[in-house]
Design a protein around this ligand. Structure first.
Ligand code: NDP
Ligand code: MG
Ligand code: MG
Length: 340
C-alpha cells in the first residue's frame, strides 16, 4: 500500500528556522530555491565563483555563496548540481556538514551507487519532484503542485522524514501529493523508465516507425506527423485518463488495429531486452559504464548525441514545426514562416 502525503501531513515548523543551501541553480535548483524562499525558508544558493548562474540567482533576489561556504552555513544541503558532478562537489562541502545536518537529494544515483559516502552523523533524504524544474517553479507560482517522491536513507536525528516532508511542502510538492519510496527504488525505476520506456524506448519507436514509412516511399512530412507529432496527442489522452481513455477517444479502427498489432511490435524480444536493461541498472553495470564514460570525457555520449541530432527526422521536423506554429497559438510566426 502506497502512502501519499499532502499539505496537511507536513509541518512547516520542521524547516522554518533552518537554512537551506541549494547547490546549483539549474533546472531543479532555481525552482527549489525560489519556492523555498517564498515559503518563508532561509535559502542560500551555492555556486562556484565562475558560475554563469550566479547572476540569475542574484537577480531573483537570492543570496549566493560558494558551495563550501553555503554548505557550512546551512542546516540542510540540497544537492542540485548534475548527478555526474555531485561527487566532486560533495568533496568541497563535506567539511561543512555538522552532526545533525541534512544532505538532501532529488535523485538517488550517487548515494545508491556509493559515489557519495555521507558521514554517519547526518540525515540523508530525498525529495524528488517527478517533473522538470521549470514546471516545479511554474506550478508553485500558479498555486498548483508538482507530484514528488520522498525517501529517507539515513535518519540520524529521528526527524529526517518530518524535515523532508516540510521541504516537499516548501517547494509545493505536497499540494499535489508525495509518495514515500527508497533511494534504491527511486534510482532503479527512474533509470529503467528513462532508458526503456520514456526517453530511450519512445524515441526508438518514433524513429523506427518514421523510417519504415519513409523507406516504403511515403513522404517524410507525413511520416513525421504520424510517428512523432501525434505522439503527444495520444500521450495526453493516456495522461488524462489512462489507457482506456485513449482507446475510447480514437476511432474503433485505430482501437482494433492498435490492440491487435501493438503486442507484436513490442513483443517477447523487446520484453527480454527490457529485463536486461533492468538487470544492468540493478547490478550497477549501467552506473559503472556512465561513470567511466564521464571520466573518459564522454566519447560515446558525444557520438550518440551527434547521430541523434543529425537523424533525418530532425531535418524534416524543424521547418515543419515552424510552419505549424499555430499549434501553440503563434499565428504570426506561422504566417511569417509560410511566407519565407
Ligand atoms: P542542472 O544540469 O540543471 O544543474 C545545473 C546547475 O549546476 C547550474 O547552476 C550549474 O552552474 C551547476 N553546476 C554544474 N557543474 C557544477 C560544478 N562542477 N560545480 C558547481 N556547480 C555546478 O541539474 P538538474 O536540475 O537537471 O539536476 C539536479 C538534480 O536533480 C540531479 O540529481 C537530477 O537527477 C535531479 N532531477 C532533475 C530533474 C530534471 O528534470 N532536470 C527531475 C528530477 C530530478 P554553473 O553555471 O557553475 O555550471
Ligand atoms: Mg532521471
Ligand atoms: Mg490515424
Amino acid at each position: 500500500n502506497t502512502t501519499v502525503y499532502y499539505d496537511d501531513d507536513a509541518d512547516h515548523s520542521a524547516i522554518e528556522d533552518k537554512t537551506v543551501a541549494v547547490l546549483g541553480y539549474g533546472s531543479q535548483g532555481h525552482a527549489h530555491s525560489q519556492n523555498l524562499s517564498e515559503s518563508g525558508v532561509d535559502v542560500v544558493v551555492g555556486l562556484r565563483k565562475s558560475s554563469s548562474s550566479r547572476a540569475a540567482a542574484k537577480a531573483d533576489g537570492l543570496r549566493v555563496a560558494t558551495p563550501a561556504a553555503a554548505a557550512a552555513e546551512a542546516d540542510i544541503v540540497s544537492v542540485l548540481v548534475p548527478d555526474t558532478v555531485q561527487p566532486a562537489v560533495f568533496d568541497q562541502i563535506e567539511d561543512g556538514l555538522e552532526p545533525g545536518d541534512t544532505l538532501q537529494f532529488a535523485h538517488g544515483f550517487n548515494i545508491h551507487y556509493n559515489q557519495i559516502q555521507p558521514p554517519e552523523d547526518v540525515d540523508v533524504t530525498m525529495v524528488a519532484p517527478k517533473s522538470p524544474g521549470h514546471l516545479v517553479r511554474r506550478n508553485y507560482e500558479n498555486d498548483e503542485g508538482t507530484p514528488g517522491l520522498l525517501a529517507v536513507y539515513q535518519d540520524e536525528t529521528g526527524e529526517a522524514k518530518e524535515e523532508a516532508l516540510a521541504y516537499a511542502h516548501g517547494i509545493g510538492c505536497t499540494r499535489a501529493g508525495v509518495i514515500e519510496t527508497t533511494f534504491r527504488e527511486e534510482t532503479e525505476t527512474d533509470l529503467f523508465g528513462e532508458q526503456a520506456v520514456l526517453c530511450g524506448g519512445m524515441t526508438a519507436l518514433v524513429k523506427e516507425g518514421y523510417e519504415t514509412l519513409v523507406d516504403a516511399g511515403y513522404s517524410p512530412e507525413m511520416a513525421y506527423f504520424e510517428c512523432l507529432n501525434e505522439m503527444k496527442l495520444i500521450v495526453d489522452l493516456m495522461y488524462e485518463g489512462g489507457l482506456s481513455n485513449m482507446w475510447d477517444s480514437v476511432s474503433d479502427t485505430a482501437e482494433y488495429g492498435g490492440l491487435s498489432r501493438g503486442d507484436d511490435i513490442i513483443d517477447d524480444h523487446a520484453r527480454e531486452k527490457m529485463e536486461q536493461v533492468l538487470e544492468e541498472v540493478q547490478d550497477g553495470t549501467f552506473a559503472r559504464e556512465w561513470i567511466a564514460e564521464n571520466q573518459a570525457g564522454r566519447p560515446s555520449y558525444t557520438q550518440l548525441k551527434e547521430a541523434e541530432e543529425t537523424h533525418h527526422i530532425e531535418q524534416v521536423g524543424e521547418p515543419l514545426r515552424d510552419l505549424f506554429a499555430w499549434d501553440d497559438g503563434n499565428e504570426e510566426e506561422a504566417a511569417e514562416a509560410a511566407a519565407d
